[in-house]
Write a protein that binds this ligand. Structure first.
Ligand code: P1T
Length: 379
């Protein structure tokens, strides 16, 4: 099955009860048993739920994996990965990443004795210096949030395989429409399904997809034992969202390109961060591992003025000022005071999250309205 067919049919079966084309929302916590253990494969909804399972099968299919797991949020999914580790273990992570991932690693798991190294992975070989006998996991976000750095998944996976480490890739920004990390050598793909997979800004959810049975079993154990699952209603909504992922992403990419080019030619703009530009430092890697360049863009204004950046985000009208990304509607954000406020100023500025940085999630509205909105806000 090709991708555009998979998003609609992948991993799906018509419901056995009445043949309903969409899986019913099995809004139940438990399932009747005829005798202890005498059930139809479902005993308690933390462990299994038919609607969640339908979604998990779809997730596995679109990421070219074998096993999918859905969680109550993207962070709950990341949390399950870190729970594969033990005190004393070490993780090498991209140095530019979602502020909440950084907060989970440093404010929760460092207290449990896990050590994190935040490394610029634009050159994959930078990783090697941090590997020792305690290293267990490499954490890659690409494109990174919010600087849109691109990390060479194939190059990193060669290093992870050589040293027998797990490689997890946060594929939230790219989605499997643009990039399929399991095909490039990753062991685990993670999503904030809150974003493009759900696609309509109406659900908070996370997902993991793997190919290896042992790894899947360990993660299913953690999912059930820790219990950070998502509900059947949300599972239904994300399953519905996935069915239009390909056409939404196509328009996100078209609009993203037009907005990036408009900003790059605007006199008040200092720099536009978007991997589709030939002068993006890792444009060639983006071109080889992604099918297109997506609708996420960050930019800075000349003079790096905090107040000017705040004024721009306040003035935008079609772009809503809000946390999150990946929905059909365009959003704008100010990472330094919003999504990345949990990273100390000194740390965030090292990777480029300066006071004037604005992040756009370009939606699928009419492009003329998006450009006109940016034009009036930048005046
Ligand atoms: O919000 P949640 O579903 O828990 O997902 C966390 C997460 C993980 N990874 C990436 C790359 C993310 O962007 C996020 C969430 N990000 C935002 C809310 C944001 O506005 O950037």
């Amino acid at each position: 099955m090709k991708f555009n067919t998979k998003v609609i049919h992948g991993g799906q079966e018509h419901d056995p009860a009445y043949g309903s084309v969409m899986p019913p929302i099995y809004q139940t916590s438990t399932y009747a048993q005829t005798t202890p253990g005498g059930h139809k494969g479902y005993e308690y909804s933390r462990t299994h739920n038919p609607t969640r399972n339908a979604l998990e099968n779809a997730l596995a299919s679109i990421e070219n994996g074998k096993y999918g797991l859905a969680f109550g949020s993207g962070l709950a999914a990341i949390d399950a990965i870190v729970k594969l580790l033990k005190p004393g273990d070490e993780v090498i992570s991209t140095n530019d990443l979602y502020g909440g991932s950084f907060r989970l690693f440093t404010k929760i798991y460092e207290d449990f004795g896990i050590k994190f190294h935040f490394v610029g992975m634009e050159k994959a070989s930078n990783i090697e210096a941090y590997i020792n006998n305690n290293t267990k996991l490499i954490w890659v976000e690409t494109p990174t949030n919010p600087m849109m750095n691109i990390i060479d998944i194939v190059a990193v996976s060669k290093i992870s395989k050589k040293h027998n480490l797990l490689l997890a890739v946060d594929n939230t920004f790219a989605t499997p429409y643009l990039q399929q990390p399991l095909n490039l050598g990753a062991d685990i793909v993670m999503h904030s399904a809150t974003k493009y997979l759900g696609g309509h800004s109406d659900v908070v959810m996370g997902a993991l997809i793997v190919k290896d049975k042992d790894l899947a079993d360990r993660l299913y154990f953690i999912q059930n034992a820790s219990g950070a699952i998502c509900g059947p209603q949300d599972s239904f909504l994300v399953l519905r969202g996935i069915k239009t992922l390909h056409i939404r992403m196509q328009r996100h990419c078209e609009n993203g390109k037009a907005v990036a080019e408009f900003l790059a030619n605007h006199s008040k703009i200092e720099h536009v961060y978007w991997p589709g530009f030939e002068n993006h430092p890792n444009h060639d890697i983006a071109k080889s591992q992604m099918n297109d360049f997506g609708g996420m863009i960050s930019f800075t204004t000349k003079g790096n003025n905090y107040d000017a950046a705040i004024k721009i985000v306040e003035r935008l009208k079609v772009f809503t000022l809000a946390e999150s990304l990946g929905g059909v509607e365009s959003l704008c954000g100010h990472p330094a005071s919003m999504t990345h406020a949990s990273i100390p100023k000194q740390e965030r500025e090292k990777v480029g999250v300066v006071d004037s940085l604005i992040r756009l999630s370009v939606g699928i509205e009419d492009i003329d309205d998006l450009i006109a909105d940016l034009e009036q806000a930048l005046k």
